[in-house]
Design a protein. Structure first.
Length: 592
């Protein structure tokens, strides 16, 4: 059995611990020391050849910066490694011609690394991170007799054109300047400008500059720019981020059209409903985040997603999770609808060019209410109104509530470490209940020593959720808590919110676009409809099936339950099930 040693340099603090790992390592002070000090970084380096995997350094390290991982025997030839004691990737997915291949896995497991390798942005080193020379010939020989050998040959010789839409679209305005209309017309190589603009609903942003676009608008522009270029292979990293349900269905149509034209497409996606609708096949990436990732065999999209949910890969005989993720067939009911937290009368709010009308309603203790609808329809405005952040033109909330609000955009003006931020903003930080019920399941301990401005989008999101839940309140409002989180993190966040809300006899209002997450967490729901950017109308909270039926009917799509896992799945437009459910006015799922 082989092993790898992972050292988290962000956590390692040699000045404070005086090299505890070296002091207790039984392999040190022999002819060849197992652990030595890197002269440049002054951080330990662990020899994986000499390390016997005893785990003493792992247990002794006061900052939990060391991790010794035993690998299965077959994992001996990595495709890429970032350095000694750093992340290692095993295998690459197959890119199918005329099909969409989905990539599913946790954050930090190597998905973006895969796309960077396949797009030619990162040359794989086959584990030889110290190799300075170009090793393309060795890579091509490594994949001799496979589809990837031909792929890398053509990539090296510029015989194929690769289009890569990166994950970080919010950084687009730093590198791309100018008018959206001119930008898209200048890169249109396939003469489909009008169709792409219509399909992605970009008409309203054409006359604006890139620097003035929202996250969702930047995402659609980035996807449009990718589709308008004439390539052979298209790679989309998290294309649904910032988009509402209707926009997600639009990108499914646009990206799948590439495969219908014979192009090869690969998509990284955390929204299971979107991944299901967009992909023909999937590869699951499993392993240990930040340590190593392994690419599974290609699977049919339904089989692959179900295997991920069940936590067991049959063909590989590998269990990737202790327990399966379970979905309820019927929406949970409120235990006692007599315990009202607050009521609110019909609410009206007018801005320049936009008006919001919210039907009168009530919120109960110990429930989770979700709000869903198109972007620009008033969901965030309602959250701010119920949170006492925005004033209304007419209407009122009966009882003034103690509201804790997590906004959609996380811009913290703080210069320092995460732990310092928690001491100042999380009242219960350090207490057993916070550490066990919030910090541990959200993996907050892994980022305590990082500076706040160094956090990834997912890390910052988890921190914001932890800080929100640590505070005392009657109502907890979360605006898009799933942004930047992977599938497991999303469902884990759902469990944590449920548990904390119930323990505090409180209520949560959640705005989100992930149908699977909404289905997983919701007691009751509000539907926002109208004309985005002009008029928003919100229903009172009702049961999830009634709300979702109304919402999906407006979108003219239907969902069904997967027979094996009970997860929501999108029906193909005008399929037998789609027509049957529409006839029965059951847009959400058929009764069993």
């Amino acid at each position: 059995m082989s092993r790898i040693a992972i050292l988290d340099e962000d956590k390692c603090q040699p000045k404070k611990c005086k090299y505890t790992c070296i002091e207790y390592c039984p392999g040190v002070r022999m002819e060849e020391d197992t652990i030595i000090i890197n002269e440049k970084s002054k951080k330990p380096l662990i020899s994986e050849e000499l390390c016997n995997g005893c785990g003493i350094c792992t247990n002794r390290c006061p900052f939990k910066a060391v991790n010794i991982i035993n690998l299965p025997e077959e994992l001996t030839n990595p495709i890429h490694r970032y350095g000694q004691n750093k992340f290692e990737l095993f295998g690459l997915p197959i890119v199918g011609e005329g099909s969409v291949v989905g990539i599913l896995g946790q954050n930090g497991i190597g998905k973006s690394t895969i796309m960077r390798i396949l797009s030619g942005e990162l040359i794989p080193n086959l584990g030889n991170w110290e190799e300075k020379e170009n090793i393309w010939e060795e890579i091509i020989d490594h994949y001799k007799g496979t589809q990837l050998q031909k792929y890398f040959k053509n990539l090296l010789n510029s015989k194929i054109k690769v289009i890569h839409k990166s994950q970080m679209v919010d950084q687009l305005s730093k590198f791309v300047k100018g008018n959206v209309n001119q930008l898209l017309k200048n890169i249109d190589e396939v003469d489909k400008f009008d169709k792409v603009v219509e399909d992605l609903q970009l008409e309203s942003v054409l006359n604006r500059d890139v620097e003035n676009l929202s996250g969702g608008e930047l995402q659609r522009v980035a996807i449009g720019a990718s589709v308008l270029r004439d390539g052979d292979f298209y790679y989309f990293d998290e294309p649904s981020s910032w988009l509402d349900v209707h926009q997600r269905l639009n990108i499914v149509k646009v990206i799948r059209s590439l495969a219908e034209e014979g192009k090869s497409v690969m998509v990284i996606e955390h929204d299971l409903a979107t991944l299901d609708a967009i992909s023909d096949y999937v590869h699951i990436i499993y392993g240990k985040p930040g340590a190593y990732g392994v690419v599974s065999q290609m699977k049919g999209v339904r089989v692959g997603i179900n295997a991920y949910i069940n936590g067991f890969l049959k063909e590989e005989n590998v269990r990737i999770r202790k327990q399966a993720i379970e979905f309820k067939v019927h929406a949970p009911k409120i235990a006692d609808e007599g315990k009202i937290l607050t009521k609110y009368s019909q609410i009206k709010k007018d801005y320049d060019g936009f008006s919001l009308l919210v039907d009168d309603g009530e919120l109960y203790h110990n429930e989770i209410v979700t709000a869903f609808g198109s972007n620009g329809i008033g969901k965030t405005t309602f959250a701010k109104i119920i949170s006492n952040v925005e004033k209304v033109d007419s209407g009122s909330v009966e009882k003034k509530l103690e509201v804790v609000y997590k906004p959609q955009y996380l811009n913290y003006d703080f210069d320092g470490r995460v732990e310092d931020f928690l001491y100042m903003n999380a009242p219960n930080y350090g207490k057993n209940i916070f550490m066990s019920e919030i910090a541990k399941p959200l993996s907050i301990e892994d980022i305590l020593d990082k500076n706040l401005d160094e956090l990834s989008g997912g890390e910052l999101q988890r921190l914001a959720i932890a800080v929100t839940l640590s505070q005392e309140g009657d109502l907890y409002v979360f605006d898009e808590p799933t942004a930047f989180l992977d599938v497991e993190q999303r469902l884990r966040v759902g469990k944590i919110i449920k548990k904390v809300v119930e323990s505090k006899n409180a209520t949560a209002l959640i705005i989100d676009h992930d149908i699977v997450f909404i289905d997983y967490i919701t007691n009751r729901a509000m539907v926002f409809h109208g004309k985005p950017g002009l008029e928003g109308i919100a229903t009172k909270p009702t049961d999830i099936k009634t709300s979702m039926n109304k919402f999906l009917k407006d979108l003219k799509i239907t969902f069904r339950r997967d027979k094996e896992t009970k997860r929501p799945r999108v029906n193909k437009l005008d399929s037998y099930l789609d027509r049957q459910q529409k006839e029965n006015q059951q847009y959400y799922y058929l009764e069993n």
